[in-house]
Design a protein around this ligand. Sequence first.
Ligand code: SAH
Length: 255
Amino acid sequence: MLKIYIFTIFPQYFDCFKSVGMVAKAINHGKVSIETINIRDFAKDKHRTVDDVVYGGGPGMLLKPEPIFEAFDYLKSKGANPYTLITEPWGREFDQNLARELSKKEEILIICGRYEGVDERVKALVDEEVSIGDFILSGGEPAALIIVDSIVRLLPEVLSDERSIEVDSFSDGLVGYSNYTRPVEYRGMRVPEVLLSGNHKLIQLYRRWDQLQKTVKKRPDLLKKANLSDIDKKMLNCIKIDKTFQQFLEEEKLG
Ligand code: SAH
């Protein structure tokens, strides 16, 4: 079971997150535990202060080092040995590869910054700084929710159909293929005929074509890193000169 610890000054942020949907199910089935630790409980002074002014001047407050180090010592004293992340806007950009790496760990700690951030000395505890994108949040908690959600759904036996993971966007470096459900025709828009054909080989080809076409249109940056097979490359060549799937099939004598 993956153990996740979260250092925060707002543990209530995670109450709803832990009680609904896939995450709640994973907790109930013993696939993951998510323990929020209020660093305020580790502040020593009588007002339980977690923040202080910035040395050298400047706006705002910083999370003090002591409560975070004390909370960390407490975790260690319980025998925990977590891989430690801190949320930082300039950190390694969180993506599916990092989610996959983290889903293989046994214990993870996420330290959520607040205010202007944390005292730099806290970094002595940290294995990796993680960002969820180039924008500024008021705290690390929303970032932690995102990180934990995407890790938990990768854990074995969490999703009811784990094949979803293989067909999700980014799992093979491309965006996911388009999906349709009933009815076959809605407001004049029809489901592509090939998906109704029952021909699984053809459907597989069509979905690959759709993935490549969507990636070219919507996320061409992904193509540089994607692992492309020979048939992928042939499809891409056709897509780039606006050939249709049908024309591709005829050219490759696959129809
Ligand atoms: N003064 C900081 C911003 C602080 S925002 C700066 O100039 O960069 C407060 C906290 O929110 C940060 O310490 C961090 O923990 C979290 N945070 C803000 N934006 C984030 C992002 N894009 N990804 C991850 N965490 C973020």
